[in-house]
Design a protein around this ligand. Structure first.
Ligand code: SAH
Length: 218
């Protein structure tokens, strides 16, 4: 695979800077999150033919009917998870091409990312290697079951919409841990769940549109 990892010179630098400006205008305030997004070359993670659109604020096709998440949604979810704390040990469900995992790896040393489509996982592996990101531990599995062998997690982020919160993910959340996921089918909403001493506390956030969380592997 022939990838332009360093970015196409000034054009990439400028479009990337513009993307960060746009995220600020859309209300992303956490400088750590903005710096993490600025540090990851999104064009490496999209199909060659779409590379020129990599810094637009839009979801793009990854193949296998899946999409790379929109930068604003990646930023928004991570900002909510970071608010007033460190991410700590983090689990991502739905690694796709590895883009969001790469952003998470800018913010914490322990990132596990699970994907149920084997060929996408292979792509994620290549992409992360291309940007020299070796911290992310990729696993081929059904993320609805979480990742029991590495649990508990301080942070869990789900990149596909579930009809209801998978019980395993609640069980694998550490005390004071945070889980964010899109919930719903036709209409979806981002939901933050915090594990506190008194129990799970749920906060409903923005309306969103994600691909569905599916069962099993392929
Ligand atoms: N995080 C990705 C977004 C990928 S889209 C990015 O940064 O671009 C959502 C991904 O979730 C798809 O790759 C899909 O295959 C995966 N997915 C859906 N259900 C899953 C499950 N049960 N376990 C693991 N991955 C799942």
């Amino acid at each position: 695979m022939n990838r332009n990892v360093s970015g196409s010179g000034m054009t990439s630098q400028r479009t990337r800077a513009r993307m960060i400006e746009r995220l600020r205008e859309q209300g992303i305030r956490d400088e750590r999150v903005l710096a993490a997004i600025a540090a990851v070359p999104r064009h490496v993670f999209v199909e060659e033919a779409l590379a020129s659109r990599a810094y637009e604020d839009t979801a793009l096709p990854l193949g296998f009917s899946q999409t790379i998440s929109q930068p604003f949604i990646v930023a928004r979810m991570i900002e909510v998870l970071c608010d007033g704390r460190e991410l700590g040990k983090t689990l991502e469900i739905g690694a796709g091409c590895g883009y969001q995992a790469a952003v998470l790896a800018q913010l914490t040393d322990e990132v596990y990312a699970v994907e149920r489509i084997e060929l996408l996982l292979a792509k994620a592996k290549l992409n992360l290697r291309a940007i020299q990101q070796f911290k992310v531990r990729l696993k081929y599995a059904d993320g609805q079951l979480g990742l029991p062998e590495a649990a508990p997690f301080d942070t869990i982020i789900v990149a596909a919409a579930a009809a209801r919160v998978p019980r395993a993910l609640l069980q694998q959340l550490a005390p004071n841990g945070r889980l964010i996921l899109p919930l719903g089918a036709a209409s979806q909403q981002l939901v933050l769940i915090e594990r506190r001493a008194e129990g799970f506390v749920e906060t409903r956030l923005d309306a969103v549109r994600f691909v569905p969380l599916l069962s099993g592997v392929e």
